[in-house]
Ligand binder design. Structure first.
Ligand SMILES: C[S@@+](CC[C@H](N)C(=O)[O-])C[C@H]1O[C@@H](n2cnc3c(N)ncnc32)[C@H](O)[C@@H]1O
Length: 352
């Protein structure tokens, strides 16, 4: 199997590459990174993965002083190729996407997103040599119109153009980034290699075998989050309920993607027993008891420009205790509705 000289860091961390898409990509990878730096970078990441006292295998002993590298907070360790592909797959990267890799290393994630999936992208990286070699690589592969690499601090990078953000950074950097990531446009996908975004529960997790890793577990973990719209607050509108137009009011509480709350329709009210948010897609449902029998109200729609827009469904949820009204009404009715916020959105503590 062909190996890149510049992939030495990855190899030392047991992150052997697998050949596919590698030969061309190797050309631009920087050579000659001091072994002590490579060793310390690999050891930091491996140590984080083990969550145990940092083991330093004999071959990686730091016998000489470590040369100062242009690294601000996360060492350079490249993501193994099968993991790169798993990240792009989990985020369903496609031609309409703009992939932003924060701390882009040798550029492999953004280059692979453009090469195999037709995406556009930007890698920001603090190490100028890596930026140079990534841009060289993109040019040689004929990808430079669609991808670029810039020397920039990831904390001073505008994240808003991204539809997909990719990360392989240490947890303390992720903790710092998390609030900004959580405020990205609803539907933006975030994928992280091996480390989670604080207490934000991922929408999906996959394990990828990396059998020949020198230490740490023989697999990587890839996490996906889909940024949810911020819908916490009170929303109001009108809906037809058993022949009458009724005002409704829904109070939504949100903890990242977890949604709960209470619904009032006319004089009836009750807790939501189903509520979900995925990107800008919102749904909730409640069974409301009252004179004439229980009625289930359900909403399915989107959060669009400060409104909830979608379909409201009203169905008789049990035997009508008012047989006359019950007989004259269809069991299920749906209508298009718009709900508007009736409160100013509070500054969220744990804003999704
Ligand atoms: C673990 S490597 C990941 C490289 C690449 N994303 C990958 O998955 O193969 C982290 C990279 O982040 C870069 N980095 C660390 N802090 C940074 C910062 N504040 N701004 C930009 N890049 C940074 C490091 O130089 C390193 O190349």
């Amino acid at each position: 199997m062909h190996r890149c000289a510049g992939d030495r860091t990855a190899d030392m961390a047991g992150m052997r590459t697998d050949g596919v898409g590698q030969t061309a990509h190797c050309r631009g990878v920087r050579r000659g990174r001091p072994a002590t730096i490579a060793a310390s970078a690999a050891a930091v990441f491996a140590g984080m993965l083990w969550l145990a006292p940092l083991p330093v295998p004999a071959g990686l002993a730091l016998a000489q002083p470590v040369e100062v590298a242009p690294v601000a907070g996360a060492p350079y360790v490249s993501t193994p190729w099968p993991v790169v592909r798993a990240m792009l797959e989990l985020a369903r990267v496609g031609e309409t996407d703009f992939v932003l890799d924060l701390g882009s290393g040798d550029g492999r994630v953004v280059i692979e997103a453009a090469r195999s999936r037709g995406a556009r992208g930007l890698g920001v990286e603090i190490d100028p040599d890596l930026v140079l070699s990534s841009n060289d690589e993109a040019r040689q592969l004929g990808l430079s119109p669609r991808v670029a690499f810039e020397r920039r601090d990831l904390f001073e990078t505008d994240l808003s153009p991204a539809t997909v953000v990719t990360l392989y950074l240490l947890p303390r950097l992720l903790m710092e980034l998390q609030p900004r990531l959580a405020r990205l446009r609803p539907g933006t996908r975030i994928v992280s290699h091996d480390f989670r975004l604080g207490d934000w529960k991922p929408d999906a997790t996959v394990k990828v075998d990396v059998p020949d890793r020198a230490f740490g577990p023989p697999f990587s973990t890839v996490y996906l989050w889909v940024v949810p719209a911020y819908v916490q607050g009170t929303w109001e509108g009108s809906v037809a309920d058993r022949g009458r137009s009724e005002r409704f009011r829904v109070d939504l509480r949100q903890d990242y993607q977890a949604l709960s709350g209470n619904l009032r329709v006319g004089a009836r009210s009750g807790p939501l027993d189903r509520a979900a948010i995925a990107g800008d897609q919102v749904s909730f449902s409640a069974r409301l008891d009252g004179p004439g029998g229980p009625v289930r109200h359900s909403f399915e729609g989107r959060s669009v420009a400060g409104e909830l827009v979608g379909q409201w469904r009203v169905e008789l949820a049990g035997r009508a205790s008012d047989p006359v009204a019950g007989a004259s009404l269809p069991a299920v009715r749906t209508a298009d509705i718009i709900a508007r916020r009736s409160d100013a959105p509070a500054v969220p503590g744990r804003r999704p």
